[in-house]
Write a protein that binds this ligand. Structure first.
Ligand SMILES: NC(=O)c1ccc[n+]([C@@H]2O[C@H](COP(=O)([O-])OP(=O)(O)OC[C@H]3O[C@@H](n4cnc5c(N)ncnc54)[C@H](O)[C@@H]3O)[C@@H](O)[C@H]2O)c1
Length: 348
């Protein structure tokens, strides 16, 4: 007998929300989108029309109470993640929560407690962990063949202008949260160790309009990292990077190095890596990857397939609320470091 489909409600039908919605309705087996929720009625109706979903809600409290929903995918602005995730868990809905998990460590704890008290599964949207190159690197590192990780460097640069709600660092934690959460999570995962200390510098080159109202806003950041196991590393972030979407990691080990990712669009075979020069106008020798939607296209499907499999088998998702909390803690520490000009210990 065929397994019953997991019935999803998507909360937040914006850029990333629609990636998940289209995957659920078009690419994933054993899943259906039974309800949609968004505070913007026009966007909600448009998404409903496209996806053929008629249960539409503008209030997330009503959406998570829908008895025809098993699990909620939360893709709203980050400052709403905590109340929506807790409301969903309280209604016994499983939660797939986009990164960053929340704004504060206390909020992350509240989400983890709500999930565990209500016996629901919680998975964070760190899709890099489901991407082929990252998985291959992790398997090599775990095999021990390369020896210990010594230095790990991660670059995360987003293509688009930051949405205005991230101008207020106090409300959003800035691009280190919105763009570089993925880097904070993947370096911790690949190093196999928590980040314990950070030192960060930041600057605003590209969004001068944000300066008058939000003097703390930055669009470029560089963070030095110390891991509990002794490894060291760095994360650099930029938004917008006019040449495209750039997610690359270098892991230097005792007996070799791993290089994950490329600026070159998949399938571009005319050049060697040495030939690639990326300019502000585009590319000189090769086409750069333009969007996270393209680079991690299949990983977005795989992460939801994993979530559904965990629900079906009653297993814990491999990307947990604790992983989300650790990334938020490191981002919060990095923002404190930017403000104080001092290294900051990561506290959870
Ligand atoms: N994993 C990834 O690669 C990835 C990529 C982009 C964004 N994200 C994350 O997804 C989240 C959303 O980002 P986005 O770029 O899609 O934002 P967006 O602004 O495009 O979409 C957010 C949507 O939430 C809706 N919304 C706002 N308040 C609401 C409320 N009270 N109830 C219901 N809906 C509400 C908005 O109307 C909007 O449609 C953020 O946390 C972001 O960091 C993750």
């Amino acid at each position: 007998m065929a397994k019953p489909s997991t019935r999803f409600c998507l909360v937040g039908v914006g850029r990333a929300g629609m990636v998940h919605a289209r995957n659920v309705t078009r690419r994933i087996m054993n899943a259906e989108m039974t309800a949609l929720c968004d505070a913007n009625l026009d966007a909600l109706k448009q998404a409903g029309d496209e996806l053929g979903v008629t249960a539409l809600y503008t209030d997330y409290r009503e959406a998570v109470a829908d008895p025809c929903v098993d699990a909620v995918i939360i893709v709203t602005p980050t400052f709403l993640h905590c109340p929506i995730a807790c409301a969903a868990a309280d209604r016994k809905k499983h939660v797939f929560l986009e990164k960053p998990m929340a704004i504060t460590v206390a909020e992350c704890r509240a989400i983890n407690e709500a999930a565990s008290q209500n016996g629901v599964k919680l998975q964070l949207g760190f899709m890099r962990r489901f991407s082929e190159g990252f998985l291959r690197a992790k398997a090599i590192l775990d095999s021990g063949d390369m020896g210990r990780v010594m230095i790990i460097k991660s670059t995360g640069r987003g293509p688009g202008l930051p949405p205005p709600w991230i101008y207020d660092i106090g409300k959003s934690n800035g691009i280190l949260a919105e763009v570089n959460s993925h880097d904070f999570d993947s370096v911790r995962w690949l190093a196999g160790s928590d980040i314990v200390r950070v030192y960060a510098e930041a600057a605003n080159f590209k969004c001068p309009d944000a300066k008058s109202d939000f003097p703390d806003f930055y669009d470029n950041a560089l963070v030095s990292l110390r891991f509990a196991n002794g490894a060291i590393g760095s994360i650099d972030g930029t938004c917008p990077a006019h040449y495209g979407y750039d997610a690359r990691v270098e892991v230097l080990c005792e007996r070799g190095a791993l290089f994950i990712g490329s600026t070159v669009k998949p399938g571009f075979s005319k050049v060697t890596v040495d030939d690639v020069t990326v300019t502000g106008k585009g590319t000189v020798y090769a086409d750069a990857v333009q969007s996270w939607r393209d680079l991690f296209k299949d990983a977005y499907v795989s992460e939801l397939e994993h979530f559904i499999a965990c629900l079906e088998r009653d297993e814990s998702p491999s990307v947990s609320g604790q992983d989300g909390l650790q990334a938020v803690a490191a981002v919060v520490a990095a923002n404190r470091s930017i403000q104080s000009g001092e290294p900051v210990t990561v506290t959870t």
